[in-house]
Every structure is written in C-alpha cells, then in structure tokens.
Design a protein around this ligand. Sequence first.
Ligand code: ADP
Ligand code: UDP
Length: 236
Amino acid sequence: MPAYKRILLKLSGEALMGDDAYGINRATIVRMVQEVREVTQMGVEVAVVIGGGNIFRGVAGGSVGMDRATADYMGMLATVMNSLALADTMRQEGMTARVMSAIAIEQVVEPYVRPKALQYLEEGKVVVFAAGTGNPFFTTDTAAALRGAEIGAEVVLKATKVDGVYTADPKKDPQAKRYAAITFDEAISRNLQVMDGAAFALCRDQKLPIKVFSIFKPGALKRVVQGEDEGTLVHV
Ligand SMILES: Nc1ncnc2c1ncn2[C@@H]1O[C@H](COP(=O)(O)OP(=O)(O)O)[C@@H](O)[C@H]1O
Ligand SMILES: O=c1ccn([C@@H]2O[C@H](COP(=O)(O)OP(=O)(O)O)[C@@H](O)[C@H]2O)c(=O)[nH]1
C-alpha cells in the first residue's frame, strides 16, 4: 500500500547527465522514468518538477558576466527541454504525461493552468511542471514546493545526489551524519543547505513535508512512497 495518494517529485537536472559531462544521458532518464512508472502503477498521482543544471551548466561558461535574470531565464528554458525529454521518455515507456510550463511558449508546451493540472492528475496522467516558478532568482526546488502546495500534494520528494540531509555537506565533510528526520526549524537554524531557503520556508508555512533521498539508488523512490525508512524526512 502506498503511503501517499499524490506526490510532487523533484528530480535533479544535474543527475540526468549520468556520467556524461552535460546533457541528457539516455540510460539515466529511462531508469528514472521506470522508477516513476512503478509508483504510478501503485495508484499514486505523480507530478514532477525537473531541474536544468545538466544543460545550463553546459552553457554557464558563456553566461559569465551576464545579467542574472537573463541567465535565470536560460536556466528555466533548460528545464523545459528536460521536461519535454522526460515526458517523451514516459510516452515511450507506456505512460501518459503532460508538460505544463510556467512561461508561455505556446507552440511548444501548454501553459500551467492549475485546474487543468488537477484534472490530469485525477485522470492518472503524470504532470511535468516546466520552467520552474517562471521567475528569476528562484530555483526548481522552490518551484517544487510551490506546485506541491498548489496541487495539494502530501509530500515533496526531492530526489537528489545525496541520500538525505546530513549534519554538514557530505561531499565536503566525510564525518557528516545523516538524519532520519529533522524539523524545518532545525534544518533552517543549522543552515543545512540541501534545499534552498525559499523552498524550505514555503513548505514549512504550508506544513508540507519534504523527503530527501538519493536519485541514484535503485528502488529508493518506491521505498519512499511505501513509507519505508529511506532518506530524510523534513517535517514541521
Ligand atoms: N547538510 C547537507 N546534507 C545533505 N546535502 C547537503 C548538505 N549541505 C549541502 N548539501 C549538498 O546539497 C546538494 C543537493 O542539493 P542541490 O544542489 O539542490 O541538488 P539538485 O537540485 O541537483 O538535486 C548535495 O549534492 C550536497 O552536496
Ligand atoms: O523558478 C525558477 C527555477 C529555475 N530557475 C533557473 O533555472 C536554473 C536550473 O534550475 P536548478 O538549478 O534548480 O536545477 P537543478 O539543480 O535541479 O539541476 C536555476 O539555476 C535558475 O537559474 C529560475 O530562475 N527560476
């Protein structure tokens, strides 16, 4: 039995590179989609927000000295590309997905319209929210928190490069220990930077829990959805 009826899944854009230097690694995206499919087959309604670090990092060199807002719009466009790739891979794997963009690009992707998104979810379609929040100075983590709150998701699942929230950045501090659970206030006061402050604050205010877990660990998503001990739960 799944522990949740509706989830907002945040997938790291950077993780899409797999072992490549940038872009979308085919085997990686297929594996991610197959894991999402397992969860939809359990009857869980799934909305997805995907980052853009895999593409944007590839062009970031050219963005040095660039106006921040312009660079951020490029980042948002990168998430649109990832969203289209993700939805198309879902189609190839026999799922039905719809991409909705926070920025109007009408020939390419339909705009985000909340009631329509809710309808798709009720129909069992996977909804991929593209272009983040549509605003510069934000991240796709904040988009995940925002859309998660809007669609009434029970939890935001952050699938990332680390397998949970640690006492310090585990990539820099080998002594860092993983929390099984932590409150929002504690995570904020300890300045644990696994998600940005805006995303954290929004989830805390809306009492929307976040589960942080590894995107690389096979079966982790399913375990999280089944309510098993996996990753770190951030709660009120
Ligand atoms: N206290 C912490 N616990 C876990 N990860 C942390 C912590 N502090 C910093 N990090 C870093 O946060 C990164 C994950 O966040 P982020 O850059 O938002 O990834 P993405 O958006 O690609 O999923 C990890 O790679 C990790 O190195
Ligand atoms: O609401 C948003 C979401 C994203 N971005 C931009 O898009 C980039 C890609 O998203 P993110 O870094 O969150 O992706 P990930 O780390 O998951 O690869 C960000 O760095 C921002 O520049 C933005 O400006 N507003």
